[in-house]
Ligand binder design. Structure first.
Ligand code: FE2
Length: 337
């Protein structure tokens, strides 16, 4: 499959994944051919790009969490139905437990209209993957998943004018935003069937290893593992998503950012584990190799994600695990509009 920017979509291309509009209604089902009408609607939705099939190709990639579950989570967050969120967070653990692969190897396709909600779902999925990789038990994973899905729920208590302000925040406004972990903690306290570990992870998801985070300036040994996991997932997803005020960083650069800030912001050991599950060069992107040749990433090597299999422009396959002298020097696909 190939990633195509929305402006380059053409009639007759076949979608790999079902496409939903911003109200979570099906816009176009997977395996259907695009018509001009659909292309126009996709372009109106502010969707950056989509996956389409290459000629005569069979898609080998199944998402770690089903689209239906993602949509249910988005709807529950939108309606602020916390009981439903808790239920769905538990389902997400089950789906990830049963999935064939936990590797995150596709581009984040969500349109930025629904950012607040899709971001929370992405953070949940990334957190549970990291939690499974750390060997957490199922009951621990459920608590982690609940905290991750609801990590920013306290933002509903921050005035909307501050959250949506396009420019730089004043000191007072930023101080208000920084209260959202405490607001989230308070919202769940005594009202819902969540554990104290879940609430504390929400409270501490912006704490940094060196004590420079908020709201309590905790240092490494005082930050709970769940909060450390959510912190990594939160920053990774925020970096790789395009927002009105910033471009999306590509996965390779975002992973570099995490490692570059390990010890100061993030737990280094956790970042190292995280890197084993995130493909720096997602499926369907164009890359340039150190040989000067250009090609498409068609498959990832699970044991070494930085060395995928690339199909060159002439059709030949190059497995970078077998050609250690060849490296990827550049990502050619522009992930931003
Ligand atoms: Fe947050």
């Amino acid at each position: 499959m190939r990633y195509v920017k929305a402006e380059h979509l053409e009639k007759g291309m076949v979608l790999v994944y079902t496409l939903y509009d911003n109200n979570e209604k099906i816009l176009l089902k997977a395996n259907r051919k695009l018509t001009q009408n659909y292309i126009n609607r996709i372009q109106q939705l502010d969707i950056m790009g989509l996956y389409v099939f290459e000629d005569d190709e069979i898609c080998e990639h199944t998402p770690t969490v089903s689209e239906q579950t993602r949509l249910k989570a988005i709807k529950s967050l939108k309606r602020l139905n916390i009981d439903d969120c808790i239920y769905i967070a538990n389902n997400i653990v089950e789906e990830i437990r049963e999935s064939e692969s936990m590797i995150v190897e596709t581009i984040n396709l969500s349109s930025y209209d629904n950012y607040t909600y899709t971001h929370s779902v992405n953070v949940d999925i990334l957190s549970v993957i990291l939690g499974v990789a750390c060997g957490l038990r199922d009951d621990e994973l459920r608590r982690l998943s609940q905290a991750a899905l609801l990590h920013d729920i306290g933002k509903t208590c921050v005035p909307i004018e501050i959250l949506n302000k396009p420019g730089k925040l004043t000191e007072e406004e930023f101080a208000e935003v920084k209260k959202h972990p405490q607001y989230g903690y308070n919202m769940l306290k005594d009202n819902y069937d969540v554990s104290s570990v879940t609430r504390n992870a929400i409270l501490s998801h912006h704490e940094n290893e060196d004590g420079s985070g908020y709201p309590r300036n905790l240092t490494s040994e005082h930050i709970h593992l769940f909060a450390k996991i959510i912190h990594i997932a939160d920053v990774y997803d925020a970096l790789t998503t395009k927002r009105v005020y910033k471009d999306a960083m590509n996965p390779a650069d975002a992973l570099e950012y995490l490692m570059g800030n390990a010890e100061r912001m993030f737990d280094k050991e956790l970042v190292t584990i995280f890197m084993d599950y995130i493909a720096p060069y997602p499926l369907g992107v164009q890359v340039e190799l150190s040989t000067g040749q250009k090609g498409l990433v068609v498959k990832n090597n699970r044991k070494m994600l930085s060395r995928p299999i690339v199909r060159l422009e002439g059709g030949a396959l190059v497995d970078l695990m077998e050609h250690l002298d060849i490296t990827i020097v550049k990502l050619l696909t522009n992930l931003n509009a």
